[in-house]
Design a protein around this ligand. Sequence first.
Ligand SMILES: Cc1cc2nc3c(=O)[nH]c(=O)nc-3n(C[C@H](O)[C@H](O)[C@H](O)COP(=O)(O)OP(=O)(O)OC[C@H]3O[C@@H](n4cnc5c(N)ncnc54)[C@H](O)[C@@H]3O)c2cc1C
Length: 506
Amino acid sequence: MDHTPIYDIFVVGGGINGCGIARDAAGRGYSVFLAEMDDLASGTSSGSTKLIHGGLRYLEHYEFRLVREALMEREVLWRNAPHIIWPMRFVLPYARGLRPAWMLRLGLFIYDHIGGRKLLPPTRTLDMRTDPAGKPLKPIFSKAFEYSDGWVNDARLVVLNARDAADRGAQIRTRTELEDARFEDGVWTVLLHDRTGETHYEVRARLIVNAAGPWVDHVLSQALGRNDVHNVRLVQGSHIVVARKFDDPRAYFFQNADGRIIFAIPYEEDFTLIGTTDQDYTGDPHGVKITDHEVDYLCSAASEYFTEPVRRSDIVWTYSAVRPLYDDGASKAQEATRDYVLRVEPGEGPIVNAFGGKITTYRRLSEAMLDKIGDILGKKGRPWTVKAPLPGGDFPATAYDAQVEKLKKAYPFLELRHARRLVRLYGTRAGDLLGLARSVSDLGRHFGADLYEAEVRYLIANEWAMTAEDILWRRTKRGLRLTSGEATELDEFMKGLGRRHSAAAE
Ligand SMILES: Cc1cc2nc3c(=O)[nH]c(=O)nc-3n(C[C@H](O)[C@H](O)[C@H](O)COP(=O)(O)OP(=O)(O)OC[C@H]3O[C@@H](n4cnc5c(N)ncnc54)[C@H](O)[C@@H]3O)c2cc1C
């Protein structure tokens, strides 16, 4: 007789949707096992534009349900994670020959009024000849609208959902791929490949949630044996990062002559993030890379607005990701719906698929998924995540500065910039990372910029970080600051720790 435990729910995929679902389910009392084949947020969920937004552009496609739900989520998510999510004002210049001013004003009026806005300020009109937002732009843009949306550290939102899921009892396994599954006697047995130890093992569960993002069809056809699978349309989007183009804390929303739009957003203190693009993609989503055409497009679209053009040589980093959009048959990539669809897969053994969705709506998607799960497994608990801070987010939404001050008081040796960064990443848990440190030297080895051993060890122990890349490009963005030599040293250090751990385990 097999005595291995039977989990209620097996979740495939450690992106925002998989981790959000795992957290919600664990909090309601289901037993949960989540497998992520690479690192948490290594798929689409670290490659977004990082906006918690209703999606002004989607109003043109009459996606009122999605826009309303997403707008309502802005303040919910901000309150639950004020360290990694914060409000941002967007400046949308009116450009002659593109959308008329009345249309922009009408869109923003709807945007302001359908989304339960309480804390976020409303739209206003700017005279760009006098407003500081006009300064870096060409003088032809004399009028603009300024509206509210939110900013999110996308990769950290994923990890904090995973952390909270684990704190509530979920098993989270990274570098673990679902390779195969069979349904026998009312139970799934899934075959997992542990890529760190190159071993295989099995886990049993009553239901599978397929939250594999761009791989959702691949998982259905390859691991779960379904035929004729074509549910999602893969659409590549890329971003470029350049040295800071402007000092203003506001972001820009630029319309392009082809009807598309791009954002230029203040990023990581000293940089500007510019994106994104929309082009159909085929191939393995992990191999997605910016194309020459996308670089040219982003540079020239931004240069239509900035007085000082954006040149290829200004680019310090790029990233690309693939949107797993539910295939609604739209002819153009930018017109395909951004809404999510949850579907119980027909056939033997319960599988529920999540197709599409946005970072912004992950919590609502998770609640809807829990309804479907409840129908199959029997209901447990009630929706609870609307007023539940994520780890480190248990402070008032508008109290970030006070939180920084508190940390500085407890650790006076921290530079202000360092304290601000730690509160932005870890919120009230920054103290767990710093422990009993009384001076910088207590933080251990210095890897470059303000990255010390204490933070590295915290990320390994609490946030599933295994490689230098996990730390430099997902848990933090210190990759923008460390030299390649410093990054290699961090990598060597982490490999050394891994070797010591495995030697101790033998
Ligand atoms: C360019 C771009 C910009 C965007 N901007 C925004 C934005 O500003 N705001 C917003 O709200 N949304 C935005 N989005 C949308 C948002 O990023 C995605 O909807 C969201 O990240 C999808 O999350 P996911 O969990 O479904 O997929 P993913 O994050 O890709 O997660 C799926 C995971 O499944 C894992 N996996 C796959 N197969 C297996 C297997 N066999 N075994 C184990 N694990 C497996 C993968 O490794 C992956 O990590 C943007 C998307 C793109 C591409």
